[in-house]
Design a protein around this ligand. Structure first.
Ligand code: SF4
Length: 239
């Protein structure tokens, strides 16, 4: 069977040439094709952001049994934690992972990469291991910012672990279009004007620019990544 990702289409052309409906249909087909291969080992990584909300809704349309995991931290805003509790109550198949590791005071100021590694990457590795994940599904989009242009709709950065990015060619407007059309609940913090959400000390309001410009503002990591999309998630992980 020739799957969508086997066709090797140019990502920029997909962003520019597909209509909203074609992007939605493509995302559903990508998840469907992956679910046929991976079954219950296909799991959605739910960040509680708008993109994850769209992907979670798409996955549920493919199969309501699809599971997910949420990585939370001690620094997530209270509103995000309330939204997380709301989501887990509706969807008990969403499992929450959190690190309680001891880290230096205000590590997010002195070494945000180390802080993210301890509080975000390590629990993501644990989620993948404990949930037996063979394919994780993310809300990554190539139009989000400078660090997100170099991904594929289906990747295998870690051997034996497929990453599916079904809304990779969607633009910000199309995410909101989807969420509005299908009345998908989102984190109320978007009402305050945030365009990308993370931990409280590292997420700031910005006007204009790229969606992720408010992340790690005024640090070398500004607009960057927490590491779950760039660091190994399977290799060297103790069993
Ligand atoms: S986003 Fe900030 S507070 Fe959260 S884990 Fe990364 S550096 Fe630490």
């Amino acid at each position: 069977m020739v799957t969508l990702v086997d066709k090797g289409e140019d990502l920029k052309e997909l962003v520019q040439n597909l209509t909203f409906k074609e992007k939605v249909d493509r995302a559903l087909q990508l998840i469907q094709e992956a679910y046929e291969v991976h079954g219950d080992s296909l799991v959605v990584a739910h960040s509680l952001g708008k993109d994850s909300c769209a992907v979670w809704d798409l996955a549920k349309k493919v199969n309501p049994k699809i599971r997910g995991f949420i990585v939370t931290t001690r620094f997530k805003p209270r509103t995000t934690k309330e939204f997380m509790n709301y989501m887990v109550k509706i969807y008990p198949e969403l499992k929450v992972f959190e690190s309680h590791a001891e880290i230096p005071h205000e590590l997010y100021k002195t070494d945000p990469d180390r802080c993210c590694d301890a509080l975000k990457v390590e629990p993501t590795r644990r989620a993948i291991r404990e949930m037996g994940v063979g394919c994780w599904v993310t809300g990554l989009r190539c139009t989000e910012g400078r660090t997100r242009t170099d991904y594929l709709e289906r990747e295998e950065r870690d051997k034996g672990l497929i990453k599916l990015n079904p809304i990779l060619p969607w633009e910000e407007r199309e995410v909101w279009q989807y969420l509005a059309l299908y009345q998908v609940p989102v984190n109320p913090l978007y009402g305050e004007g945030f365009r990308s959400l993370g931990c409280e000390p590292c997420t700031h309001l910005t006007a204009g620019g790229s969606e992720r410009d408010g992340r790690w503002l005024d640090t070398s990591k500004c607009g960057g990544e927490c590491g779950i999309h760039t660091r190994p998630l399977k290799d060297n992980v103790p069993a």
